[in-house]
Design a binder for this molecule. Sequence first.
Ligand SMILES: Nc1ncnc2c1ncn2[C@@H]1O[C@H](COP(=O)(O)OP(=O)(O)OP(=O)(O)O)[C@@H](O)[C@H]1O
Ligand SMILES: [Mg+2]
Length: 451
Amino acid sequence: MSPKAKTRYKCSNCGAVSPKWVGQCPECKEWNSYIEFVDSPSKTNKYNNASANFHYLNTTDNPKRYSTKISEFDRVVGGGIMSGSVVLLGGDPGIGKSTIALQILNYLIKNENIKALYFSGEESVHQLSLRAKRLNIDDKAFLLSTEVNIAAILNGIKKEKPQIAIIDSIQTAYSPNSDSLPGSISQVRECAIELMTVGKKNNIIIILIGHITKDGNIAGPKLLEHLVDTVLYMEGDKNNYFRILRSVKNRFGSTNEIGIFEMKQHGLEPVKNPSEIFLNERRKSASGSVVTCGLDSSRPLLIEIQALTTKATYAAPQRTTTGINTKRLSMLLAVIERQLEIFTGQFDVFVNIVGGLKFNEPAMDLPTIVAIVSSIRNVPIPDDTVIFGEVGLTGEIRNVSRIEQRVTEALRMGFQQIFLPTSARKSLKHFDKKIKLNFVSDIQSLIRTLF
Ligand SMILES: Nc1ncnc2c1ncn2[C@@H]1O[C@H](COP(=O)(O)OP(=O)(O)OP(=O)(O)O)[C@@H](O)[C@H]1O
Ligand SMILES: [Mg+2]
């Protein structure tokens, strides 16, 4: 051992280094993962000959964007995938990541005539072939490999020189340079950096598929978010058909975009008119049902909020929600009791946003209150009505964002009247389209008008 060499301890899971052995890693909380190693500093001074390379900006180059011609997808990535970009596609297990990746690849190959590689560390060629058959993908569309060793993957990419490579998933890739297990923090980071370097150098689009783990994203894609150019998350209720593709980070476009898809036998199909789909099965003249306009990112969506109130069976009445926050519901019930003098303590209250969507914006307050009162009184709200607005604790109705977009969407879908906050009048000064705007400033007067 050289005189300056020191014995140190390294976590075999996350790569954290400690001068002493520790039972539990303070970084990744793994037990008994520390192993001894000898840290011998290099004798040559590495700072001597190192020098950075310098370049001028190049504003004349116009990098190519590859279009899938699926407008829902292209919009989310900022108008097509940028050549040489690194995209992280994350989502819960089984949500449809591999499905959309295969479909994107198929469309890119058809429209842009590009060469593609698909590395599947999770599924066998047989499993992938079954899915590809269901999605109507041609056998010879792209090359497939089940390799997980990052060195072999990188060499394969360098040899085949594709325009796009998909790694499904980054958690299964492993680097022989690291002692830790595949899926651990240091492995995921090392493999992603290696792939990024090769992608950027050779102008290859790299799509990394990543799982969100249930236990706090330890080796999940969160770790990679700052490294990659674009982060897309696929969300949705697995028991429902709708899937939302959301851009969380995008170096080449807006992050306020979502794409809405429906999971079908032949794969994910873009939903062209989501408001229509979400209102499709609405029962006309049903009490407890209110149509509202919610905003998901920058996109206005007409949705149905349903409330059902039944006589409570237990001493503590139930409050159950899907799609809105349960604490917000408790607050709204308190407002109903205090400001409208309608007592809800004897009722079990269920509130549901139809279609498995989630909205945690305050604009849902007013339609939720109206749906609950409509259910208690058993009086339906007129079918041609849209309601939105935030409600304060004193029963005042407050303004919400992007009023004009919401009103335009209601108009587009053929609704005749909207109940909306009085303070929204200013934003709609120049709005002269044919829809009746009922401005309301407190819930007491709105409830008197509707019931
Ligand atoms: N025949 C089918 N018809 C409709 N939908 C199907 C069919 N087969 C599978 N699916 C849908 O595909 C989903 C699985 O898709 P996929 O394997 O692409 O997800 P994933 O996110 O890649 O999963 P994993 O985390 O296991 O890699 C299922 O949850 C189901 O909704
Ligand atoms: Mg998969």
